[in-house]
Ligand binder design. Structure first.
Ligand SMILES: [Zn+2]
Length: 292
């Protein structure tokens, strides 16, 4: 409807609020950890806390501008915020110039920012357009809601859903299955994640070929996991609550770790370079196994 690709004025103001909020959140993170007594008291006030307060003030201005674009008068905004209406209006009129060059790109980046910061919130993870889907210029999301299908279609998924290329690349990738290291943030070193290529829920929907090859896959992977990780047991875990798409976790339980079901409550995590190295070692063992 205009040069902004369908984005209304209140959309643009909402996007500006989101951009400022993401900037502020990133800055606030630096006040939680990473800095301590080694920074001088003056540096804390001027370099660490000062910019946060300035960003927060700016967020207030942008929020009042968004309210104005939605039809509130400056008097109503003043009553809602305690800010002098004249000052609120003056701050808004003095805002830095210009609409966004590319609102769609900004929205995509903000949707990505939001998804990156989603932890184990399933409702949020299934929302493929947390900002973009709530604007007047909303376009229906084209990404699959299934996190596994979305990941391989190039869509944005939370960190815990992994990436289309897992650490060290997939260990196996055939017409029926993908096997790779589990997302490092969520998996102890040496964890393998089996994912079906097709989208289906569970064993009841497997083809004869899938039913025949799945146990063979487990039988090949179990000894390799034990050999590389020194695990005494491999916990096989599959519930499809996170994604209604068949997948199985194979978690190595090492001799010094708690045994039984309690292991699954805190299995641990690892670093991606270590995971990639473990996958490389597993690849060598599987290759040797194939030749033997
Ligand atoms: Zn799927």
């Amino acid at each position: 409807m205009d040069e902004f690709g369908g984005y209304t004025e209140r959309d643009l103001d909402r996007i500006a609020v989101a951009q400022q909020a993401a900037r502020l959140a990133d800055r606030l993170r630096g006040l939680v950890g990473g800095h301590g007594h080694e920074r001088s008291a003056q540096e804390w006030l001027s370099e660490l806390i000062g910019p946060v307060l300035a960003d927060a003030d700016r967020l207030g201005e942008l929020g009042r501008g968004y309210a104005h674009a939605r039809g509130l008068s400056w008097a109503e905004i003043g009553a809602a915020t305690g800010v002098d209406p004249g000052a609120a209006r003056a701050a808004w009129e003095a805002r830095p110039a210009g609409p966004l060059d590319d609102p769609a790109a900004a929205v995509a980046e903000l949707d990505h920012w939001y998804m990156r910061t989603v932890w184990l919130d399933m409702h949020a993870a299934l929302d493929t357009a947390p900002l973009g889907g709530r604007l007047d210029a909303a376009r229906p999301g084209t990404d699959p809601s299934c996190l596994i299908c979305r990941k391989y279609a190039g869509g944005v998924v939370p960190l815990w859903a992994g990436r289309a290329e897992p650490p060290g690349r997939h260990l196996l990738d055939d017409p029926l299955w993908r096997v790779g290291h589990g997302p490092a943030i969520f998996s102890p070193l040496g964890t393998l994640l089996i994912e079906s290529k097709r989208h289906y829920l569970d064993y009841a929907e497997m083809t004869a070929e899938e039913l025949a090859t799945y146990p063979v896959l487990l039988a090949r992977l179990m000894p390799v996991i034990k050999r590389v990780t020194g695990a005494e047991r491999v916990h096989v875990f599959s519930n499809m609550d996170g994604a209604a798409h068949f997948h199985t976790w194979l978690l190595p339980r090492r001799p010094d770790q708690v045994r039984g079901r309690r292991f699954l409550t805190t299995p641990g995590w690892c670093l991606e370079p270590d995971a990639a190295a473990v996958i490389e070692r597993m690849r060598e063992l599987l290759a040797a196994d194939g030749q033997g």
